[in-house]
Design a protein. Structure first.
Length: 306
């Protein structure tokens, strides 16, 4: 029985890998200037790994595009730079701070301020500046209800906006990348993957990850249903519960002001897989930005967010 389960797992991952590689190659074939959105999180890392396989032995035929809020975890940036150097990729970094300095966006004020929502303008500006006609993302349909509405090839209008009610059909793996001037596509090769699939693939392929994904000790503050790492941009407020040296890890990685940790002793890949198998909350359930409203993610996607 165990042998049958292992065989199914291997075949299942091989099928997902084949589908993702096909979509990556289809993107490179249909678009003139694609880019791969790279956050330093596990999904974008898997995407870059798949892209290396898709175009081996050549280098990646498109750059990695990172939208840096200025409030990233240091571990994420260290990993990003070493990873890019290892695979010899072309890294483009768009800074939210530049958008603030140029008056393109206004920084939030107050103790719970976050730059996460400001990424949309920075991303759209970077797409226009780079003239990218397709942006590959690591979004999966199991992450959040708004993402469950996405197609593999997700059309964006000339304002970068997404219309979930006006998406193109995708039959028999036929993808329609036709667009008008100024429009672009977001492409999601991992759409049919689950969080468990991602972790099992990382284990099978022995892909290194940022240390944040594994159990470690960190000072945290409990804020609005999330457990945030205390830092120079996450400062405990009066009345908030602070926990010293909590044993935690992160299921998803993003801006420090909204990326919540979870209690965990999982210090290796096998332990993480076991933990994910028994989790009752999705990984985005730890994100403070998704708790701002019932339709937080969908609203941001319609505005041009990832």
């Amino acid at each position: 029985m165990e042998e049958e389960r292992n065989s199914y797992r291997v075949n299942h991952l091989a099928q997902l890998e084949s589908e993702a590689i096909y979509i990556l190659r289809e993107t490179a074939a249909q678009f003139e200037r694609p880019a791969l959105l790279f956050s330093g999180g596990k999904d974008s890392i898997v995407m870059a790994h798949l892209a290396r396989k898709a175009f081996y032995p050549a280098r990646l035929p498109f750059p990695l595009l990172h939208v840096d809020t200025g409030h990233n975890f240091p571990e994420t940036l260290e990993y990003r730079d070493s990873f890019v150097e290892e695979i010899r990729a072309d890294l483009k970094v768009a800074l939210v701070q530049d958008s603030i300095d140029q008056g393109r966006v206004q920084e939030e004020k107050g103790p719970y301020a976050s730059r996460n929502a400001l990424q949309t303008v920075t991303l759209l500006d970077a797409i226009e500046d780079g003239q990218y006609d397709a942006c590959l993302g690591g979004g999966r349909r199991d992450e959040e209800k708004a993402r469950a509405k996405e197609r593999f090839f997700s059309h964006r209008d000339d304002f970068g906006q997404w219309d979930p009610k006006n998406q193109r059909p995708e039959l028999w793996n036929i993808f329609n990348g036709r667009k008008h001037h100024g429009e672009h596509f977001r492409v999601f090769p991992l759409s049919n993957w689950t969080e468990m699939d991602v972790w099992q693939y990382i284990k099978a392929e022995n892909i290194p990850l940022p240390s944040l994904y594994f159990s470690h000790q960190r000072d945290v503050v409990h804020r609005q249903g999330a457990m945030l790492a205390i830092s120079d941009v996450v400062i405990p407020q009066e009345g908030e519960e602070v926990e010293k040296n909590a044993t935690v890890r992160f299921r998803t990685i993003g801006d420090m002001t909204c990326t919540g940790a979870v209690y965990s002793d999982a210090s290796d890949m096998e332990a993480i897989i076991q933990e994910v198998a028994t989790a009752r909350q999705t990984e985005r359930g730890t994100r403070a930005d998704d708790k701002r409203s019932e339709t937080a993610m969908e609203d941001r996607k319609k505005e041009g967010y990832f």
